[in-house]
Design a protein around this ligand. Structure first.
Ligand code: RET
Length: 232
């Protein structure tokens, strides 16, 4: 696999992290969102650097390729992205017990999704591979359920601009996250319908959208919600 793509990924993520921090709000109540979102591409830059050096890349005899650094990245960055959305639903409401409960549940499901996906990627026996894939999808369904049902209701209680910001971020996140299991399915870890470079390119583009573009989009929605929001 050509290292250039990974180095491009490294550069975009490193600059993206800096840009998110530079452009983001440094004052409460949006400051913690800036910090969380700029940490996400910083972590991804680290993973792309490792992949550029070939670290943690496993190639099996059947042509399956697993990038361990990618799963390490996702297992840390996806909880941060979800935490951002949970905190938006509870924005400035001080229901700390409930926030903690939702955060724990969604992060447990999300990490299980990534770990089950990694196991699926590593397993060579088809039936076992697809059982783990489906188990990862079940955890993904749990994450989506929490975001779309109880957390959406909590954001809606607040109404107005805050509910609108939550909804917009949720739609963006759901659409882009859905592409990951599809690329896995058709890529070298799954049905091998597309080549390794094609899947690396697709995931690079998706990672930039899910981490960097999403950070700017979510910050803009939060800013307009705060500008138009009624006092908490
Ligand atoms: C896997 C494979 C098995 C089935 C499912 C998956 C879901 C992965 C997702 C990843 C999201 C990653 C993001 C990274 C960037 O920040 C593990 C591919 C359901 C949803 C958003």
């Amino acid at each position: 696999m050509d290292q250039t793509l990974f180095l491009i990924g490294f550069a975009i993520m490193a600059l993206g992290s800096l840009a998110i921090y530079a452009k983001g709000s440094k004052a409460p109540p949006a400051r913690h969102h800036t910090l969380m979102h700029s940490s996400v591409p910083f972590i991804a830059a680290t993973a792309y650097l490792a992949m550029a050096f070939g670290m943690g890349t496993l190639v099996s005899l059947t042509g399956s390729v697993t990038y361990l650094a990618r799963y390490a990245d996702w297992s840390v960055t996806t909880p941060i992205l979800l935490a951002g959305l949970v905190l938006l639903a509870f924005h400035e409401r001080g229901r700390t017990g409930e926030v903690g409960g939702y955060l724990t549940a969604i992060i447990v499901l999300d990490v299980l999704m990534i770990v089950a996906g990694l196991v699926s990627s590593l397993v060579e026996v088809p039936v076992v591979k697809w059982i783990w894939y489906l188990w990862s999808c079940a955890a993904f369904a749990g994450v989506l359920y929490l975001l779309w049902v109880p957390l959406k209701a909590i954001a809606n209680e607040r109404g107005g601009a805050l509910a609108a910001a939550y909804s917009k971020n949720l739609v963006f996140l759901t659409v882009i996250w859905f592409l990951y299991p599809i690329v896995f399915l058709v890529g070298p870890e799954g049905l091998k319908m597309i080549s390794d470079p094609a899947s690396v390119t697709a995931i690079l583009v998706m990672d930039v959208i899910a981490k960097v573009v999403y950070a700017f989009y979510a910050a803009a929605n939060l800013d307009s919600a705060l500008a138009g929001a009624e006092p908490a």
